[in-house]
Design a protein around this ligand. Structure first.
Ligand code: PRX
Length: 650
């Protein structure tokens, strides 16, 4: 099939049918016998979410059972009080009696090398590291560790070793700059950093230890850097320890300690509406329950599955659906350190055939890039092992959905479009494959136990098809507990806009059948290739450059990336002649240096002044129109200086 035929068949299917009925074999969960029994269970769970979660919690291992399922002192929610649990025990030890030789991970490197780890091997590696952290460094519950690593098994081993000994981990995506790493490490008071000397991507070698060294130089809390040496000639500096030597003499068993259900499992920093990223705090019991239950139901996990989530562990998707949710179900996952289109555009499909992947979970940006590369890269692979496809991170446009369904899934794999956030911990809105009829572009309906709604400015439920704000009406087990060191910002950011409701920051509408259609952020957060960025964060980076007086950043719709980054900058008059071309390059490099390559502006426009209201607020709506090349629309009567939106050069 060539590009042309596939496009026209996609258009025909889209015209003819908007609703896909699920294939019947997708009902592996005992609780879901058929659509009718699922509907009953779902309705019951809306009336009594605690009852639903309590029943599911029975399937985890608890050292001591909880006495109180849920305590709600708005806006603070606590789950399974009195319950004692160890997350790593649930991910590893629990599976050993029945499946110690089953693969937990298949790792593939960009050069095609493969490494596998069974549950027994993973348990042993985690035990050795946990022992070394306790015995040699004296780490204890309540301490914090940073992880800045490429996607290698050791990154997961570090997460599980921390979880096992009650040390909260804070993973920083290894694409962030040393300044971003430093800010996060300082905020979380990390005592140790796990890293590797090198990472590999797109044929390039990334010098991770250099970035870590720059950050650590300004982080007094860090006592040790544990380095996985991939190049044996790498020299170690003061306070750096070689990973393999560190664990070599340690026992390969470790007794997991029980922790309070509410014990913090990890912090994960994410962008918000202010300049500084916020440290989302996740719990142990509630978080694990959320990710384990959703992974089991939404990915319809069966014993023989080979599951591949393409996210990096630096993001919440990696935490929940590369590591905790999957291991808790004893599933086999593939992880790949490299770019999915390297060294050729069909690499991802080659890997699927090579390892017989059955479930693929990826982001719409990636799907659009594969689609643009051309069907020929897909159809030369059989992909016959695939049975389920997933999408996450941003709205998926119906065209990309159809292409994913027809060309990748050969029309036989349901697509689970999963809506959630770093804050929600686990998926909140998604189809259940085999149960929920699908509509391309809709994340369909809330998961059982999740009471979602769409409300207007006054907090009243919107009528069908009326646009409004996506909110959650009732706390759920895997929700964030607070913001690290900032409970006020937690309260203000999520619980103050609508009294008693969790505000997601997303706009959406619901159709007559109760299906949710998520539009995207309504705040100053933008979503670039499925990565969340705060416009204020990029603005702060820009104004820290000496030649910048003021900056405003907006998202512009982008066919491939969802949104691209456009910055409006007012240069500071230094008396010197302005060389726009050089300054553009300098500012882009400056943002990369301050935040990381993922925040590099796609376009910088210089203006003599920024459009502001009389009260001094930047009129972003106007800048968004300008950035997308639209005529300036709407009311500009409150504009302080309407004549001055003059672009010096774009
Ligand atoms: O705007 C929504 C979008 O991603 C935001 C959350 O970003 P982050 O915390 O980085 O987590 C991403 C991975 C879970 C949301 O507020 N988003 C996420 N999934 C979807 C989505 N938008 C539409 N459809 C989705 N399936």
């Amino acid at each position: 099939m060539d590009n042309k035929t596939s496009k026209s068949s996609i258009e025909t299917v889209m015209k003819e049918t908007r609703v896909f009925s699920p294939p019947t074999e997708f009902t592996s969960q005992a609780l879901i016998k058929d659509s009718k029994s699922y509907q009953e269970l779902w309705e019951e769970s809306q009336k009594n979410p605690e009852k639903f979660w309590q029943k599911e919690a029975e399937s985890l291992h608890w050292f001591e059972k909880w006495h109180t399922t849920h305590e709600w002192k708005e806006p603070f929610s606590r789950w399974f009080l009195g319950g004692k649990i160890n997350v790593a025990y649930n991910c590893l030890d629990r599976h050993l009696p029945t499946q110690k030789d089953k693969l937990a991970y298949i790792w593939e490197g960009e050069d095609g090398s493969v490494r596998t780890l069974t549950f027994q091997q993973l348990y042993e590696e985690v035990s050795q590291l946990a022992n070394a952290l306790e015995n040699k460094l004296g780490l204890k519950p309540g301490d914090t560790a940073a992880i800045y690593m490429p996607l290698v098994p050791e990154a997961i081993i570090a997460m599980l070793a921390c979880a096992r000994i009650g040390v909260a981990h804070s993973i920083v995506f290894a694409g962030f700059s040393s300044l971003s790493l430093k800010d996060r490490v300082l905020d979380a008071d990390c005592k140790i950093i796990f890293t590797a000397d090198l990472g590999y991507r797109r044929g390039q070698t990334l010098d991770l230890k250099k970035i870590v060294r720059e950050a650590v130089a300004e982080c007094p809390s860090v006592q040790t850097t544990l380095i996985l040496r991939r190049d044996p000639t790498t020299q170690l500096s003061k306070n750096e320890i070689d990973w393999n030597t560190f664990v070599a003499d340690q026992s390969r068993t470790h007794k997991a300690q029980p922790f309070d259900s509410e014990h913090p499992l990890f912090y994960l920093y994410t962008s918000g509406t202010t300049g500084k990223p916020k440290g989302i705090v996740h719990s142990s019991g509630g978080y694990l329950l959320g990710v384990a239950t959703t992974a089991k139901w939404i990915f319809d996990l069966k014993d023989q599955d080979i599951y591949w989530c393409t996210a990096d562990i630096g993001w919440i998707t990696g935490h929940s659906y590369v590591v905790y949710g999957l291991l808790a179900n004893g599933a086999t996952s593939l992880i790949y350190e490299g770019a999915p289109m390297h060294p050729q555009a069909g690499r991802i499909w080659e890997i699927i055939d090579k390892h017989k992947v059955t479930i693929l979970y990826t982001a719409p940006t990636a799907i659009r890039a594969f689609m643009r590369a051309g069907d020929e890269y897909v159809i030369k692979h059989s992909l016959k092992s695939l049975r389920l496809l997933g999408s996450v991170g941003e709205p998926i446009n119906p065209e990309a959905w159809m292409w994913y369904h027809q060309i990748v899934g050969k029309g036989k794999c349901p697509i689970v479009d999963t809506w959630w956030q770093t804050e929600t911990g686990s998926i909140l809105i998604s189809p259940i494959p085999g149960v929920t009829p699908l509509k391309p572009g809709s994340a369909t309906r809330p998961f059982p136990g999740i009471v979602a709604d769409i409300v207007n400015e006054e907090g009243k439920t919107c009528a069908p098809n009326e646009g409004g704000y996506l909110v959650i009406r009732h706390p759920w087990p895997s929700m964030l507990r607070t913001l690290h060191k900032n409970p006020e910002r937690y309260k203000e950011g999520y619980w103050s806009r609508f009294k008693g409701l969790y505000f997601t920051g997303d706009g959406a509408h619901r159709d007559e059948q109760g299906y949710f259609w998520i539009k995207g952020r309504v705040d100053d957060v933008i979503n670039v290739s499925g990565h969340r960025l705060g416009t204020m964060e990029i603005e702060s980076a820009l104004v820290s450059h000496p030649r910048v007086a003021e900056a405003a950043v907006v998202g512009r719709p982008d066919e491939l990336k969802g949104q691209s980054i456009v910055a409006f900058v007012t240069p500071r008059d230094s008396g010197e002649k302005l060389d726009i071309k050089i300054l553009v390059q300098e500012l882009k490099a400056h943002v990369v240096n301050e935040i990381g390559a993922l925040a590099r502006p796609d376009e910088i426009k210089f203006t003599k002044t920024l459009p502001k209201t009389r009260s001094g607020k930047i009129m972003r709506r106007l800048l968004k129109d300008l950035a997308s090349g639209k005529e300036i629309s709407g009311d500009t009567t409150t504009l302080e200086n309407p004549g001055l939106i003059e672009i010096i050069e774009s």
